[in-house]
Design a binder for this molecule. Structure first.
Ligand SMILES: Nc1ccnc(=O)[nH]1
Length: 160
């Protein structure tokens, strides 16, 4: 897939993360895209409204995906996320067997936005490092400078 395609999906992810914020959750979103480019699942963060500490967009998406699709199929899918997956979400992607991750802004960039906000004590650990400790080659694509402004806008005024 081309960068143009990635950017198109990431723009949809921005809308999903806006909806998560509007629903009272933290401003994160994720998509599962199938081998033919179809959007199979969309998921916003649910941490706050569901009172679920693992309710990150990506982990929640992986929980749903693993109930619907088999691992062989998921290896040919891609998970798109507004922000680079944290160590927990990278773990769910790894165990859930999605073969490709595409993200908008890096975890380091997120840390600049959240600072030491207690609601999101950002883990400053690149997902590439988490995957590199594993036994299969998860492909990681990102960050996309083109999306920085739109993603930062969804976070504006959220973190204190
Ligand atoms: N990448 C993310 C960081 C924090 N929360 C999320 O849902 N997603």
């Amino acid at each position: 897939m081309s960068d143009r395609d990635h950017i198109r999906y990431l723009k949809r992810v921005v809308e999903v993360s806006e909806a998560a914020r509007e629903s009272g959750n933290t401003p994160f979103g994720a998509l599962l895209v199938g081998p033919d480019g179809e959007i199979l699942l969309e998921q916003g963060n649910i941490e706050v409204t569901e009172r679920n500490c693992t309710g990150h967009a990506e982990t929640t998406l992986m929980e749903r995906a693993s109930g619907l699709y088999d691992k062989k199929f998921l290896w040919d899918c891609a998970l798109y996320t507004s922000v680079e997956p944290c160590a927990m979400c990278s773990g769910s992607i790894y165990w859930g067997n999605v073969g490709t991750v595409v993200y908008g802004i890096s975890e380091k960039r997120l840390l600049e936005l959240t600072g030491d906000d207690e609601q999101n004590p950002t883990l400053d650990l690149p997902c590439r490092e988490v995957f590199a400790a594993g036994q299969k080659p998860v492909t990681v694509i990102g960050p996309f400078e083109e999306l920085d402004e739109a993603i930062v806008a969804v976070h504006a005024g959220y973190w204190t």
